[in-house]
Design a protein. Structure first.
Length: 84
């Protein structure tokens, strides 16, 4: 008989991912999907508008940080450029 070595491991890994807290969401994925905590039998109320606004704010902060070192350059027609 073939015993699948991944069956139990993948199940445990998936549970750990669903039960881990995400700082951007302020919840676990399981709380968002099932409306309950996976460790304690507690109902969870999800405020999707607040989560969406928080995620958008984080995206905007990341864009500002990533673009802060960007060097603007205006290319002219016929100008030589280096292409890797």
């Amino acid at each position: 008989d073939y015993i699948d070595p991944w069956g139990e491991n993948l199940s445990s890994i998936a549970w750990a991912i669903r039960a881990s807290f995400h700082s951007t969401l302020n919840a676990t994925p399981a709380q968002l999907v099932f409306g309950r905590d996976m460790i304690f039998n507690i109902a969870s109320i999800v405020d999707w508008r607040n989560i969406t606004a928080r995620k958008q704010k984080q995206i905007e902060r990341d864009n500002v940080r990533e673009n802060s070192k960007r060097i603007d350059f205006d290319y002219q027609v016929g100008q030589q450029v280096f292409v890797k």
